[in-house]
Design a protein. Structure first.
Length: 703
């Protein structure tokens, strides 16, 4: 098992706690900045009154993230166990059949998995409780930090200490310490939130009472437990067969306390001596007690990437691996640590913008760009592989930015979509399981012919899919489970893989992180959060809900407004789209989102589309049923969108689902229906261009 494989098995649990930390901090910042009081005592009263609500919300957030944790832990440990057995079981069995070892009566490694899973679950339960407690403490710290900053900013014109004491006493009696302007409040709140981001969320206190952030501790604990499961599975299975000697693996970037033992032979017991191996030679082995085994940073210790290779007498041959010189080893290890530090800087800068919300400035966003520039320079200098997934902030909210201005139709020059510079396609395990052997080969061939931006979406994100299911009926993507359900689409004029490619578009939309603003989504979410309205998924921080893509979709709606205004144009457009009835399904769906074409009769009717029930669901559930129409009208008008009445608001709300489906349809057709791209160039040129520009960064190794 390689260090990378350990990371792969551990990553779902690690990422869960990383996202959980982000979510808790952003929620704390939201409550902290909710009060607009410029009187510090009033702000303190208002924010402390929210402690109960914040506690309940944070409990719900934690429970949402860790509901499936016991099974995920057991799955990770069992995967590690099976990998260990898969590499050694057959050799041990053959050796037993030849009489070199004894045949075991049972598999004791099952008990290893159960014991280590229980141990990991207990540790993570402790982390969960500690995170809840420290999140509430951080909220109080933020309140008091804000008060101190407001007090420090208050003008002090009293000339002597006696007057100062008398004045302070009078102010205390009045239960208010400082009254200052909105600018002072703005600066004080920014500093309080930055301090909160700096501190993070503590997840564990060790025996020396040192505080570990939840991310750091879970990263260490889960990787160590996955590795221990592998090590103990090998050791236990060797003992089942009566085998004792093993060889230590070798890998790049070994730590100083592991490096001296790479490639050498040791025994699990306290004995040393010689063993004759399959090469006919006698090989010296020492007891494992002579190594750094047992030390936290030692052999098979915390975050160690080494594994044991069982050495069976007269059967096994020493594994020959390239072992770096100590100088090369040290260099690569230091580079790996430097990369992780740069990744943390990027995440910190992104989270800071998320937490500040509307208080974020261009300087805050520039820090993200600078951190990313530092990473690009490092990658270019070292040639290491960049891990975009470790730089992402995944939350239920969007980032902030400038308000969108594009509303009038434009006709951009469409960037060519056929240039190819990415040669290799990586199909994730979950996709392969769903596609089967022949399907994997065929779908890989399709992706190899696709534009680079599509290849990049698969290479960068596919391994984050938790499940892919092929079933009869309609396809769909489930964001909470990171799961795709699809079926083959056997319609003339389209690829049978269209549904899979389309649903993958929804997944990529959900999982990617961009540098574009989400001001509209933020403001709508803030309103819904204020009244505790149950919001739908369209206003997650998706690519399709960025201000850039929404503006492009609305510009294309204006470009096609003639569909509503002219019966002649309506007939012309429907006739054109129906020339390729099934191939243009994505465009027909877009027109349905804009102009209700599934509900029309005569020349305006188009057969493909999700229908009004689907496109109206955001408005109905979050606006119509909640009675918050007036507030939403104010937000939309402030953003430069025409929202004079409920009809206007309902149409704007339809744009979120329309944009989501258009993004997925462009992805699907760009993947496997290249012949219909001309329709997107004709009817949705702004959206296509925005899609190209947003995804361009994935090709050029930008963020």
């Amino acid at each position: 098992m390689t260090p990378q494989r350990i990371a792969d098995i551990s990553e779902p649990i690690e990422q869960l706690y990383s996202d959980l930390t982000d979510e808790l901090l952003i929620n704390i910042a939201k409550h902290l900045s909710r009060s607009t009081a410029t009187w510090s005592a009033l702000h303190e009263i208002e924010t402390l009154e929210e402690m109960g609500q914040l506690t309940q919300e944070n409990i719900e957030i934690i429970n949402t993230y860790v509901a499936k944790m016991p099974q995920e832990i057991k799955d990770a440990m069992n995967e590690s166990r099976l990998e260990a057995l898969g590499e050694i079981e057959q050799k041990l069995k053959e050796a037993a059949e030849k009489g070199y070892l004894t045949t075991p009566v049972s598999d004791s490694t099952v008990d290893v998995v159960q014991a280590l899973s229980n141990q990991a679950a207990e540790q993570l339960n402790l982390v969960n409780q500690t995170m809840l407690n420290t999140s509430l403490q951080q909220y109080q710290n933020g309140i008091y930090e804000f008060r101190r900053e407001m007090e420090n900013a208050a003008p002090k014109t009293i000339e002597n200490e006696q007057q100062l004491e008398l004045a302070q006493h009078e102010i205390d009696i009045a239960a208010g310490k400082t009254v200052t302007g909105t600018e002072t409040r703005y600066n004080a709140m920014r500093k309080a939130i930055r301090s909160l981001n700096n501190a993070g969320i503590v997840g564990y206190y060790d025996r020396a009472n040192r505080a570990w952030t939840a991310e750091a501790y879970v990263n260490m604990d889960i990787r160590t437990t996955v590795h221990n499961t592998y090590i103990q599975s090998v050791q236990t299975r060797q003992q089942d067969y009566g085998s004792d000697v093993f060889q230590v693996s070798a890998h790049a970037g070994a730590r100083p306390l592991c490096y001296p033992y790479q490639g050498k032979l040791y025994s699990w017991s306290s004995s040393g001596g010689y063993i004759r191996l399959g090469d006919g030679k006698q090989h010296r082995f020492e007891p494992i007690g002579t190594t750094s085994y047992g030390e936290p940073a030692g052999l098979f210790g915390i975050n160690c990437g080494h594994v044991p290779y069982p050495m069976i007498p007269n059967v096994s041959e020493p594994v020959k691996e390239d072992i770096q010189t100590e100088e090369e080893n040290t260099k690569q290890y230091q580079e790996s640590q430097k990369q992780r530090a740069l990744e943390r800087q990027i995440r910190y800068a992104k989270r800071n913008v998320e937490m500040l919300g509307n208080l974020a400035t261009d300087a805050d966003r520039d820090r993200i760009k600078q951190a990313q520039a530092n990473m690009r320079a490092f990658i270019q200098e070292t040639g290491r592989t960049r891990r975009y997934d470790r730089e992402q902030i995944v939350t239920q909210r969007g980032t902030t930015g400038t308000k969108p201005t594009a509303r009038t139709p434009i006709t951009p020059n469409i960037t060519p979509v056929s240039a190819k510079t990415i040669d290799k396609i990586v199909i994730s395990d979950e996709l392969s399981k769903s596609l089967k052997n022949a399907g994997t080969k065929e779908y890989t061939e399709i992706l190899e012919k696709a534009p680079d931006r599509i290849k990049a979406l698969y290479n960068n994100l596919a391994d984050k899919l938790r499940s892919v299911h092929k079933k009869k009926g309609n396809g769909y993507y489930t964001p909470s489970e990171k799961s795709i359900t699809w079926s083959e689409r056997n319609y003339d004029g389209t690829s049978k893989w269209t549904t899979l490619a389309h649903e993958y578009g929804h997944f990529a939309d959900d999982m990617s992180v961009d540098n574009y603003s989400h001001n509209e989504a933020d403001r709508v979410n803030a309103l819904l959060d204020k009244y505790k309205i149950d919001i739908l998924k369209p206003l997650r921080n998706n690519l399709s809900n960025s201000d850039k893509f929404l503006a492009a979709v609305r510009a294309d709606k204006e470009l096609n407004r003639v569909f509503e205004d002219s019966k002649e144009k309506q007939k012309e457009i429907t006739t054109d789209l129906l020339k390729n009835r099934n191939g243009t399904a994505g465009l027909q769906d877009c027109f349905d989102g804009w102009f209700h074409t599934r509900e029309l009769t005569g020349d305006g009717f188009l057969p493909w589309g999700h229908g009004d029930k689907y496109y109206n669901r955001f408005y109905k559930r979050n606006v119509k049923d909640s009675g918050k129409l007036t507030e939403l009208k104010e937000i939309y008008n402030d953003l430069g969108l025409k929202a004079e009445n409920k009809h206007d608001v309902a149409q704007i709300c339809r744009d979120y689902e329309t944009a989501s489906e258009l993004w997925a349809n462009i992805t699907g057709d760009m993947t496997c229906n290249e012949n219909v791209l001309k329709y997107y160039e004709k009817y949705t040129p702004n959206s296509l261009q925005a899609y190209i520009e947003i995804t361009e960064g994935l090709i050029n190794a930008t963020d």
